[in-house]
Design a protein around this ligand. Structure first.
Ligand code: PHE
Length: 457
C-alpha cells in the first residue's frame, strides 16, 4: 500500500492541509450556521446574542476543539477507542460512548431537516412558491412537515447520499467531496449576501444583527448561545476526535482549530447577513423560530427579481452545508463499528445508516398523526433530540473532554502533541492549559446548571 495518506498505524488520513480544513470546517459549517443560528439569534434579540456567542467561541469553543484534536490525533481511534487507549481501565471510555450516542441522536433529527432542504430545493427549481402569500407558505410548510411519505422519502435520499460518501472512506469519500463542496458553499453564500444587501431597507437588518440590546438576554438565552457554540463547532461528542485521528502528524493543531472556528463563525454571520436584511426589507419579523428559513425566506424570494434562481441557490447551499456535516456524524458511528466491532467499512456504514434511520424516521414523523401524540416535557421527538443533544449532551461531553486533557492526559504527551514533537514553539500552551483546567469547566458547569434551572442566579 502507498504510504501517502496513511499514518503510521496503517489507518487512512487526510492528505493536504486544505483537505484537513475543508473536511473539519465542513463538519462545523452546516444547518447549525444557516438554519439554527439565524433563528436563535432572531428569537434572542439579535446582536446581543451574537456577542455572547462570539465570547463563548473564543473562551470555550476553541479550547475544547483543540482538546479533541489532541485526544484524536494522539490515539488515532474512534472516541470510545481513544479514551480506552489513553486511559486503560478507567471509566473515561463512557465519555466516548456518550459521544457515539449523541451522534445517533443528532444524525436522526439533523437528517430530517436536511431532507426538508431537498424538498425546498425541488420546490424552488419547479417554481413551487409562486403567488403564495405568507399564510399559504406557512401552511405549505406545516402540511409538508406533517405529511407521511414526502418527508420520509427525502430523509432516506439524504441518508443514502451521506452513506454513499462514507462508504468510500476517508480520502476518497470525505476529503474528496469536501474540498469541492466547501468552496462551492462560499461562492453561493457571497452571491446571496450581495443580493440581500442590495435590497432596499436592508440596513435595518444589519442594525438588528450588529447593534446589541442586552435586555433580551436571560439565563436561557445564555444556555442557548452555549449550546449553539457546541453544536455549530461540532464539539463535545467526538466528531473532532474522529476527524483528528485522520490528521497528518505534521498538522499544526492550533492553526487548524482557529481556521475552523473562524470559517464557522464567518459562515454564521454571513448567513445572518443574507437572512436579516432580506427579512427587514420585506417587513417580516425575524423571530419566526425553526420555520425562519422554510417559511420566511421563500416569501422573500418570491417577491424579489430573480427569486426562483436565488431560492434554488439558497436551498442548494443548505443541502451542501448539511451534507458535509452529516458525513462527519455518520463517520463517528462507522469508525466505532469498524474498530470496536471489527466490521468492514461497507457493512458498518449500512448498519449505522440503517439503525439511525429507524430513529430518524420517528423524528421525521414528529408532526405526523402517527407520532403527534408522543411528547416529552412538552417537546415532540424531533425537538427533544435537538434540545437534549445540543444543550445537554454536548456541553457535558465538552466538560469532560477539557478536564481529561487538562488533568489526566500527562504533561509530556500533551506537550508533544501540541508542538508536533518539539518542532513547533507553541508558546500559547500555558494560556490554553489555564483555560481548560479552570476557566472552561467552571464556566460550563455554571452556565449549564443555571440554564437547566438547578442553580438560580
Ligand atoms: N456543526 C454542525 C452544524 O453546525 C452540526 C454538527 C453537530 C455536526 C455535531 C457534527 C457534530 O450544522
Amino acid at each position: 500500500m502507498k504510504n501517502i495518506g496513511n499514518n503510521q498505524a496503517g489507518r487512512e488520513s487526510f492528505t493536504t492541509k486544505f483537505g484537513v480544513i475543508a473536511a473539519t470546517a465542513g463538519s462545523a459549517v452546516g444547518l447549525g450556521n444557516i438554519w439554527r443560528f439565524p433563528y436563535l439569534t432572531g428569537e434572542n434579540g439579535g446582536a446581543a446574542f451574537l456577542v455572547i456567542y462570539l465570547v463563548f467561541v473564543l473562551v470555550i469553543g476553541i479550547p475544547v476543539m483543540l482538546s479533541e484534536f489532541v485526544i484524536g490525533r494522539s490515539a488515532r481511534k474512534n472516541p470510545y477507542g481513544a479514551f480506552k487507549k489513553l486511559a486503560p481501565g478507567k471509566p473515561w471510555y463512557l465519555v466516548g460512548l456518550m459521544g457515539v450516542t449523541a451522534a445517533f441522536m443528532i444524525l436522526a433529527f439533523y437528517t430530517t431537516v436536511a431532507g426538508w432542504t431537498l424538498e425546498y430545493l425541488y420546490q424552488s427549481v419547479t417554481n413551487g412558491f409562486v403567488n403564495k402569500d405568507g399564510a399559504q407558505l406557512s401552511l405549505m410548510f406545516s402540511e409538508f412537515r406533517s405529511d407521511t411519505w414526502r418527508p420520509l422519502f427525502w430523509f432516506l435520499i439524504f441518508m443514502g447520499m451521506t452513506a454513499g460518501i462514507i462508504v468510500l472512506g476517508v480520502r476518497k469519500g470525505i476529503e474528496k467531496s469536501t474540498v469541492i463542496m466547501m468552496p462551492l458553499l462560499f461562492v453561493i453564500l457571497v452571491i446571496l449576501g450581495i443580493r440581500s444587501l442590495t435590497l432596499p431597507g436592508s440596513l435595518d437588518g444589519l442594525r438588528f444583527l450588529f447593534k446589541p440590546d442586552f435586555s433580551k438576554i436571560d439565563s436561557s438565552a445564555i444556555l442557548d448561545a452555549l449550546g449553539q457554540v457546541f453544536f455549530s463547532l461540532s464539539i463535545g461528542m467526538g466528531t473532532l476526535i474522529t476527524y483528528a485521528s485522520y490528521f497528518p502528524a505534521r498538522d499544526r493543531l492550533l492553526s487548524t482549530s482557529f481556521s475552523v472556528a473562524l470559517t464557522d463563525t464567518l459562515v454564521a454571520v454571513l448567513a445572518g447577513i443574507v437572512i436579516f436584511p432580506a427579512a427587514f426589507s420585506f417587513h417580516i419579523a425575524p423571530d419566526e423560530g425553526t420555520g425562519l428559513v422554510f417559511v420566511t425566506l421563500p416569501g422573500i424570494f418570491q417577491q424579489m427579481p430573480g427569486g426562483a434562481f436565488f431560492a434554488s441557490l439558497f436551498f442548494l447551499l443548505l443541502a451542501v452545508a448539511a451534507l458535509t456535516s452529516t458525513i462527519s456524524v455518520l463517520e463517528v458511528i462507522v469508525a466505532f463499528f469498524v474498530e470496536e466491532l471489527r466490521l468492514r467499512r461497507k457493512m458498518a456504514t449500512w448498519i449505522a445508516a440503517g439503525t439511525v434511520s429507524l430513529l430518524g424516521m420517528m423524528c421525521t414523523l414528529s408532526w405526523n398523526s402517527l407520532m403527534e401524540g408522543v411528547s416529552f416535557f412538552g417537546l415532540n421527538t424531533f425537538e427533544l433530540l435537538d434540545y437534549t443533544s445540543a444543550n445537554i449532551l454536548l456541553p457535558i461531553g465538552g466538560f469532560f473532554i477539557a478536564l481529561f486533557v487538562a488533568w489526566f492526559f500527562g504533561r509530556e504527551k500533551r506537550m508533544a502533541e501540541l508542538s508536533n514533537d518539539g518542532s513547533l514553539k507553541a508558546g500559547y500552551i500555558p494560556v490554553y492549559i489555564f483555560i481548560i483546567r479552570f476557566l472552561a469547566p467552571i464556566a460550563l458547569a455554571f452556565i449549564f446548571l443555571n440554564g437547566i434551572g438547578l442553580l438560580k442566579m
